[in-house]
Ligand binder design. Structure first.
Ligand code: GTP
Length: 378
C-alpha cells in the first residue's frame, strides 16, 4: 500500500516512511502499528513524505529486507527520487549502512527516530543527560561499523592520539569521554534526587506514579488532579521528564504523584536502558495509576506493552486502571466486559475535569486504607 503526500516543497528532503511488519512483531493490529509509526515521524516534524507498508517473512542479516522486497523499494526510491528512508524497525549498523549504499538514500531506523524525538522533548537537566548518553551510545554503535580505510588520518608521533590514529578511533574516544562526563553529571544529579526521595520515604508520604502508553492522557490527568501546568500535547512523548507534585483530595494530602515517560511498543532496548533511571521512580511507588486511551482500537495491546516494560523493570505494584478519552471512544457502552478484566478501574475524560471524580475518590480511599508509617531513619 503506497500513499503520497505532496507538499510541493523543496524545503524538506523527499522521504519514504517505510513501515515493515516483521516476523518478530507480536502486534495484532498492524494497521495501528503503522499509524503509530507515521505519528512518530510527524511528531519528529517529518514533512514531504510518502508511505509504503510491507510485510516480510524473513530478516536478511545484511540488508534487513530480503532480495525481492529490497529491489521493490529500490525501484520506488528511484522512481520517486526519494532522498531519505525512515524505517519502522531497529536496524543494525551494518544493515543501515548497506541499505543506505544500495538505496542511495539516508536511512533512519526506529531507534534514531525515537532518539530524535526524545532529544527535542527532554527539558530537565536529567532528561537531557539521559538522552545525550543514549544518543552518544547510538553514534558509537554506528561508528563501530564504519570502515577505517576512508577515515585514516595521519597522526603525529608523541601527540595525544598517537601515530597513525584513525579518525574513527578519535571519534570513538571523543564519544566515550562525553558519555563518561555525562554519566558522572547524571550520577551527581541522581544522588540529589535520591536524597529528596529518601526524605519523602522517611516521612511516610505515599508515592503514586502515573504510567501508560504515550499520548494516553497522563499529563492531562496529572494537571487536572493537581491543578498544575504540565505540558499536555497531542504528540508522542510530550513528557520525558518525571514531574512530581503534591496531591490533595478534598483538602487532605494524599501523597505525591509523578508523571512518567510514555511507553511504546518495540521501544528500542537502548532506550529502555537510558530511561531506567527516570523510571526508577516506579520502584518506590506505592500505587501505579495506569492511564489507557480507551478510544484507541489497540488499547488492550497497549496495556500489554506497559505490562511487559514493567516486567522488564521488575516493577510489581498495586495498580488502578484509568480508561481515559471515554468522550471519543465509540461504542464504550459495549466495552464493560473487556474493561472489567482490568481491576480496579475507573472511566474518565480528562478534558472534562468533573469526570475525574471516581479517580479522585479511589485515590482518597486508597490513601485512607494504606496510611504509611514513616520509616525509621538510620
Ligand atoms: P506523552 O507525554 O506522550 O506520554 O502523553 P500523555 O500520556 O502525557 O498525554 P497528554 O496528557 O499529553 O495528552 C495527549 C493528548 O490527548 C492531548 O492533546 C490531550 O489534550 C488529549 N487528551 C487527554 N485526555 C483526553 C480525553 O479524555 N479526551 C480527549 N478527547 N482528549 C484527551
Amino acid at each position: 500500500m503506497t500513499q503520497h503526500v505532496n507538499y510541493d516543497t523543496n524545503e524538506y528532503p523527499k522521504t519514504l516512511l517505510l513501515g515493515v511488519y516483521a516476523p518478530y512483531n507480536p502486534t495484532k493490529n498492524v494497521t495501528s502499528y503503522f499509524e503509530e509509526f507515521v505519528n512518530l515521524a510527524k511528531t519528529n516534524n517529518v514533512q514531504n513524505y510518502q508511505t509504503e507498508f510491507i510485510k516480510i517473512r524473513d530478516i536478511d542479516a545484511a540488508y534487513f529486507l530480503t532480495k525481492g522486497k529490497l529491489q521493490e523499494i529500490k525501484d520506488l526510491c528511484v522512481k520517486d527520487k526519494i532522498e531519505q528512508v525512515i524505517i519502522s524497525e531497529t536496524l543494525s549498523a551494518q544493515q543501515e549502512r548497506n541499505l543506505s549504499d544500495f538505496l542511495d538514500c539516508s536511512i533512519f531506523d526506529r531507534t534514531h527516530l525515537i532518539l530524535e524525538i526524545f532529544e527535542k522533548n527532554a527539558h530537565s537537566a536529567e532528561g537531557k543527560m539521559q538522552v545525550g548518553i543514549a544518543m552518544m551510545q547510538f553514534q558509537k554503535s554506528r561508528l563501530a561499523g564504519q570502515g577505517v580505510g576512508m577515515s585514516q588520518q595521519r597522526g603525529v608521533r608523541g601527540m595525544r592520539g598517537g601515530y597513525g590514529e584513525t579518525r574513527k578511533e578519535k571519534d570513538r574516544r571523543h564519544i566515550e569521554n562525553t558519555i563518561l562526563k555525562l554519566t558522572k553529571q547524571l550520577e551527581a544529579l541522581q544522588s540529589t534526587r535520591n536524597t529528596q526521595r529518601k526524605h519523602r520515604l522517611t516521612t511516610g508520604v505515599p508515592q503514586i506514579c502515573i504510567i501508560g502508553y504515550t499520548n494516553a492522557g497522563k499529563s492531562t490527568i496529572l494537571n487536572a488532579l493537581t491543578k498544575s501546568n504540565v505540558l499536555a500535547e497531542d504528540k508522542l512523548f510530550a513528557t520525558l521528564d518525571t514531574t512530581t507534585r503534591e496531591l490533595y483530595i478534598d483538602k487532605k494530602k494524599v501523597g505525591v504523584i509523578s508523571d512518567t515517560v510514555g511507553f511504546i511498543q518495540q521501544l528500542p532496548h537502548k532506550l529502555i536502558e537510558a530511561f531506567k533511571s527516570t523510571l526508577s521512580e516506579l520502584q518506590y511507588a506505592d500505587l501505579l495509576v495506569q492511564v489507557v486511551d480507551i478510544s484507541d482500537q489497540n488499547w488492550e495491546s497497549q496495556i500489554q506493552v506497559v505490562h511487559e516494560i514493567l516486567k522488564e523493570l521488575e516493577v510489581e505494584k498495586d495498580m488502578v486502571y484509568v480508561f481515559n478519552k471515554a468522550d471519543k471512544a465509540i461504542g464504550i457502552e459495549n466495552m464493560t466486559g473487556a474493561m472489567s478484566k482490568y481491576q480496579p478501574y475507573v472511566i474518565t475524560s480528562a478534558l472534562h475535569k468533573e469526570t475525574l471524580k471516581p479517580l479522585a475518590d479511589y485515590l482518597g480511599s486508597w490513601s485512607e486504607r494504606t496510611k504509611k508509617k514513616p520509616l525509621i531513619t538510620t
